[in-house]
Every structure is written in structure tokens, then in C-alpha cells.
Ligand binder design. Structure first.
Ligand code: AMP
Ligand code: ZN
Length: 177
């Protein structure tokens, strides 16, 4: 077993599920993960539909593909051109994705949004990324929604605004800072 193989198995141990209290993939492993990816070794999760779509095992309307990501049209679009950025590695969501892959996903979102805005003639964009069931996540493989917006469209992504109380503000600032 090579060092790479060993690290691959270690990494699989981090195929995280926050509910299992496993830690996130350490960010220092990014170089190793990228080397594994270049060798065609990609961490997948059995029975994950987005792993299969990202790997091309299930057909999809692919807008873009590279070593790290596949960008596809969403099957249930909120608006015309709604697309998903899907990493080829399996990460459950933002809680366990490594920092570099998360950053690369946002860089790709910027590129795609510029291109798609020209192509679709839309007026704006929402980037949406859901984490865990309570937040609306239904497919538990990290993905970013890119939702084109058209003036006057009926896409509903809003929330009812509350009020930031002094109590909440103090409690949160005390906990986080
Ligand atoms: P989320 O609720 O954030 O987990 O988003 C999952 C998204 O994946 C939804 O917008 C679905 O419409 C979309 N989706 C699920 N299965 C597929 C599929 N096979 N191909 C394309 N989009 C899909
Ligand atoms: Zn997956």
C-alpha cells in the first residue's frame, strides 16, 4: 500500500456526516486530495446520485466539466437556466467540504454566472447552498444552486424578517467573538 492509498483510506474515514460527530476533512490534506484526483481516485459514496451524475455514470444536461466539478441543469428548475455546481468528490455539505474545494466552487460560480447571464439574458442571480434537512437540503452531496433571476419572476426565496433583539445580539456576539 502506497502513502497515497493509505491517505485515501484515511480520507474515506472522514466521509463525514455531522450527525456521526466526525470532524471535517483537514484543510492541509487538500494537496493530497488533489493529487489523488489527478490519479483518477475520487472519493465517492455508494448510492449517492450526485456522485454518479458527477462521474458521468448517470446522464445529465452538463453545462461544464473539469477535474473537480460538473455543472448541470437542475431537473426541477426554479427558473429557466437553474443549474447546480457539483464537486466530483463526495462531501455531505458545507460542514465537511474542504476549504479549497469550497473556494473553487465559488470561483466557478462567478465564471458560470457571468457566462450564463450573457447567454440567458437574465437580470440577476441567486446563489443558494443548503446544509442539512432543516435548511432544505434534499440531496446530501454538496452542491451550489445558481438560479437566474428575471425581472418580475415569481421565484420565491424570501424570508419574513424578524428583529435583532439586544439579548440575541449580546448572546451571539459573546459566543462567537
Ligand atoms: P437541495 O434541496 O439543495 O438538496 O437541492 C437538490 C436539487 O437537486 C433540487 O433542486 C433538485 O431539483 C435537484 N435534483 C435532484 N435530482 C436531480 C437530478 N437527477 N438531476 C438534476 N437535478 C436534480
Ligand atoms: Zn456523493
Amino acid at each position: 500500500m502506497t502513502d497515497f492509498d493509505l491517505l485515501f483510506f484515511l480520507k474515506m474515514g472522514y466521509t463525514t456526516n455531522r450527525n456521526n460527530n466526525r470532524p471535517s476533512i483537514p484543510d492541509g490534506w487538500t494537496v493530497i486530495i488533489n493529487n489523488l484526483r489527478k490519479r483518477g481516485i475520487v472519493m465517492k459514496e455508494k448510492d449517492c446520485i450526485f456522485c454518479k451524475i458527477a462521474a458521468g455514470e448517470i446522464p445529465s444536461a452538463t453545462l461544464y466539466e473539469d477535474d473537480e466539478f460538473r455543472v448541470i441543469l437542475d431537473l426541477g428548475p426554479a427558473s429557466k437556466g437553474h443549474a447546480l455546481i457539483i464537486p466530483k468528490e463526495h462531501y455531505r455539505n458545507l460542514y465537511d467540504i474542504d476549504e479549497k474545494t469550497a473556494a473553487d466552487a465559488m470561483i466557478l460560480a462567478k465564471k458560470m454566472v457571468l457566462k450564463m447571464t450573457d447567454a440567458l439574458g437574465c437580470d440577476g442571480y441567486n446563489i443558494v447552498q443548503n446544509n442539512e434537512e432543516c435548511a432544505g437540503q434534499t440531496v446530501f452531496h454538496f452542491h451550489m444552486h445558481m438560479i437566474p433571476r428575471y425581472k418580475g419572476d415569481k421565484v420565491g426565496l424570501g424570508w419574513h424578517t424578524g428583529e435583532l433583539t439586544d439579548e440575541d445580539k449580546k448572546e451571539i456576539l459573546d459566543k462567537i467573538r
